[in-house]
Design a binder for this molecule. Structure first.
Ligand code: MGD
Ligand code: MGD
Ligand code: MO
Length: 713
């Protein structure tokens, strides 16, 4: 049998961006493995992507264009030709654009992280059209904004050095589930004697394997970080040289931190002051007195509350106070994406926007529910005309966007023209007027950067597209042609686009090109081992800005502070009286956001939607382990199977996510409960700033069958 190995890249939204080796036999992909030579991947894949062929060859793959024949949301479609599909979309969009192109909104996120199948041809198309711009805030913008003000970009330490760290603080992350290849390195550090600390309200798979677990209430990390600073300053555990040479605003920060004694922070966070003293003491002692590497893996958990931006800013200041950046294995990593010289101008062609400098309006993806329900009168916060057409690709907003009752209500609008490009009939696809079949990663070309390491990766096409599926690029290329867009960039092939993605003149990309990547699979950026040892930050001052003049100019608090959650007893006592439990809904290990929920073997491992609740919160509610519960607040409700466990601290309930609504017993998921309020920085969602109440569902009240039949088999 003719067998060959194709070098590819995992497309999913995960810091690990693995290098793949795809075995193809007679035109069929039979195996997807991790590249043993790639230092990040080390030949190991997560359970999800090791079964990637189950995704590509899934019985429910969308393989022809379709039009809706039932009610919106019902999921009834009939196949149509590509010709009819493209003609319908082009003529509807043209008619709307003739009145006001801003009434058209593209909605996309990171279904694929590829630079080609993400925002390249699609962005060119919508720019040329003059459609509304999308503010892509749903995941990382609170922390990215905080890092930009503090360090100038999303940059940090290289995790390949983590095995040398002596202390590793995993702060608001669950790498065993969401950053597996980082965890491998942490285990190596542990074997070499490092101390591991998890800061997480929940005893996650990761937290239980750390030496110490500190469990603050969600959204209180800013207070904890300021109290650590307080101790470092009080006890003079500071790198005075680093502070003098590479930071600005130390005295102002000292004043701010004075207000956060360990005792006060302990009360705000719901933890022991002794834990704060211990952690700050160890961090300062190792870094300053012993000059040993101390690392912080800062993640997304803490960003999803009102004060998520400022919390990241406060934590991000710590390594500069103790000079942790001096060592390759010290410092902090939230994201490495800012290191990559990617040519977004070439990929996305913002110069095609009509009428510069008057840009089209921008719509925040995190408040898509309200935006769709706005009649164009601003009553729901939309600026500008009513949204008349929505084109969704690389995203499943009906499942993943906050306050999804509103999102679904918006998608159900009879006068909204909705196009969805998808691999599967997701909760969102069910609302499409026109549903277009997209290829999976094995069927198209792409080039990838990463946010957890510093390698560019190539994704060579392994197999021909299945059925009539097409890459996103090809769909937008054909639409552009139908709309009469004749700029040469609309004729670029996917390989042309891949070649345009890398800024060849940037020294970090020396020796890296699409041609070399294609052949080698992956190449590491040229960066020093400790890129921030000598400061050189991308801020206006070139330093780490404890005090940010840019923030002051932008009308923000120039110093890090603790911004409490919207929904907590201290800030919303009346609400907390009715809904006394804080709910978080972080990723389940076997799902990738809402991707893979429809892969039977992975869904079987997760079982059904669960709610973890502490025994002392369960008892007064007569909630039994294994019993059904209803979780509710003023926004909505969902059913889940209770797990009575002290993994959830008192006052907290945890519903691992993100379930497809139609595969849940009541057709609902955690986003029925979340709100559309936004973070202090970056206009990001506050998924984990959410008060609820929980009640037992009597066994007699039979659990309804799944709202929609399980997918056809
Ligand atoms: N298997 C799997 N991997 C994934 C994903 C997935 O869905 N599944 N999603 C990917 C994506 S898009 C992202 S953004 C990342 C997200 O992955 P992470 O950065 O790890 O972030 P979360 O999973 O949101 O939360 C991680 C931990 O933060 C805790 N947490 C919640 N609220 C707080 C808080 O206020 N403070 C603190 N200190 N901790 C808190 C949660 O209990 C959870 O254990 O993972 C990526 N990787
Ligand atoms: N309650 C709660 N909600 C959350 C979160 C949470 O922790 N809790 N996490 C939030 C976070 S961090 C994020 S990043 C968002 C994630 O939200 P999304 O980025 O929307 O991620 P997915 O849910 O995985 O949906 C991606 C979709 O893209 C499709 N897709 C994949 N590749 C392609 C392609 O090449 N072409 C096309 N056309 N489609 C493709 C997949 O089939 C999938 O349905 O969710 C957010 N929502
Ligand atoms: Mo994310």
């Amino acid at each position: 049998m003719a067998s060959r190995i194709v070098r590819a890249a995992c497309p999913h939204d995960c810091p690990d961006s693995c290098a793949l080796l795809v075995t193809v036999e007679d035109g069929r992909a039979i195996k997807v493995a991790g590249d043993p030579d790639h230092p990040g991947t080390q030949g190991v894949l997560c359970t999800k992507v090791s079964r990637y062929t189950d995704r590509t060859y899934h019985r429910d793959r969308l393989l022809t264009p379709m039009k809706r024949v039932g009610a919106k949301g019902e999921g009834k479609f009939a196949p149509i030709s590509w010709d009819e599909a493209l003609e319908t979309v082009a003529s509807r969009l043209s008619a709307i654009a003739a009145r006001d192109p801003q009434a058209i909104l593209p909605y996309s996120y990171a279904g694929t992280m590829g630079l080609v199948q993400g925002e390249s041809m699609a962005a060119r198309f919508f720019h040329k059209l003059g459609a509304s711009l999308l503010d892509r805030t749903i995941c990382a913008s609170a922390g990215a904004t905080a890092l930009r003000y503090t360090y100038g970009a999303s940059i940090g330490m290289d995790i390949e050095h983590v095995p040398d760290a002596r202390l590793i603080i995993i702060w608001g992350g669950n790498p065993i589930a969401s950053n597996l290849h980082f965890w491998t390195r942490v285990q190596e550090a542990k074997r070499r004697g490092a101390t591991l600390v998890a800061i997480d309200p929940y005893r996650s798979l990761t937290a239980e394997k750390c030496h110490r677990h500190i469990a603050p209430m969600p959204g209180t990390d800013g207070a904890l970080a300021l109290a650590i600073m307080h101790v470092l300053m009080r006890d003079d555990l500071l790198d005075h040289d680093y502070i003098a040479s590479h930071t600005v605003g130390f005295e102002a920060l000292r004043e701010r931190a004075k207000a956060y004694s360990p005792a006060r922070a302990a009360e705000l966070c719901g933890i022991d002051a002794g834990d704060i003293e211990w952690l700050a003491g160890l961090y300062g002692q190792l870094a300053v007195r012993e000059r040993q590497p101390v690392a912080i893996r800062l993640n997304y958990g803490m960003q999803r509350s009102h004060g998520g931006g400022q919390a990241v800013r406060a934590v991000a200041c710590l390594p500069s106070l103790v000079g942790a950046w001096r060592h390759p294995a010290g410092g902090l990593q939230l994201s490495t994406s800012g290191f990559f010289p990617v040519d977004n101008q070439a990929l996305q062609r913002p110069d095609l926007l009509p009428g510069l400098p008057a840009l089209p309006r921008t719509v925040n993806m995190s408040t898509i529910g309200d935006a769709l329900l706005d009649a164009g009168d601003g009553q729901h916060g939309l600026v500008g005309p009513r949204i008349e057409a929505l084109v969704v690709y690389n995203s499943n907003p009906v499942a993943v966007a906050p306050q999804s009752t509103k999102v679904a209500e918006g998608f159900a609008r009879g006068d909204l023209f909705t196009v969805v490009l998808e691999q599967f009939r997701t909760d969102t696809a069910d609302y499409a007027d026109i549903l277009l079949p997209a290829t999976t990663q094995l069927e198209h070309v792409d080039v990838h950067k990463a946010y957890g390491h510093t390698y560019f990766l190539a994704n060579n096409q392994a197999i021909a597209p299945l059925g009539e599926a097409m890459p996103n690029t090809e769909i937008f290329r054909r639409l552009a042609q139908r709309m009469g867009f004749d700029e040469p960039c609309f004729a670029d092939s996917d390989e042309d686009i891949a070649a345009q993605a890398i800024v060849a003149t940037d020294p970090r990309a020396a020796g890296i090109s699409w041609e070399s990547l294609k052949a080698q699979g992956w190449q590491k950026l040229k960066l020093p081992a400790a890129p921030l040892a000598e400061g050189g930050f991308a801020t206006a001052s070139g330093k780490c800005e404890f005090y940010s003049e840019a923030m002051r100019r932008d009308g923000l608090d120039p110093l890090p502070d603790y911004v409490p959650p919207y929904e907590a007893p201290a800030t919303a006592p009346e609400l907390a009286a009715r809904y006394p439990l804080a709910m978080i809904s972080p990723p389940a290990r076997n799902f990738l956001n809402s991707s893979f929920v429809n892969v039977d073997s992975l869904r079987a491992t997760e079982g059904e939607p669960h709610l973890d609740i502490h025994p002392e919160d369960a008892a007064p509610r007569s909630v039994a382990n294994g019993g059904m519960v209803r979780v509710f607040n003023d926004r909505g409700s969902m059913l889940a199977r209770a797990r009575v466990t002290d993994r959830a601290r008192r006052g907290l309930v945890v519903g691992l996510s993100i379930w497809w609504k139609k595969l849940a017993p009541d057709g609902k998921n955690a986003n029925e409960l979340t709100s559309q309020r936004l973070t202090d920085l970056g206009r990001a969602p506050v998924f984990y700033d959410c008060l609820v109440q929980v009640e037992a569902v009597p066994a007699a009240a039979a659990v309804p069958e799944p709202a929609a039949p399980a997918l056809s088999s």
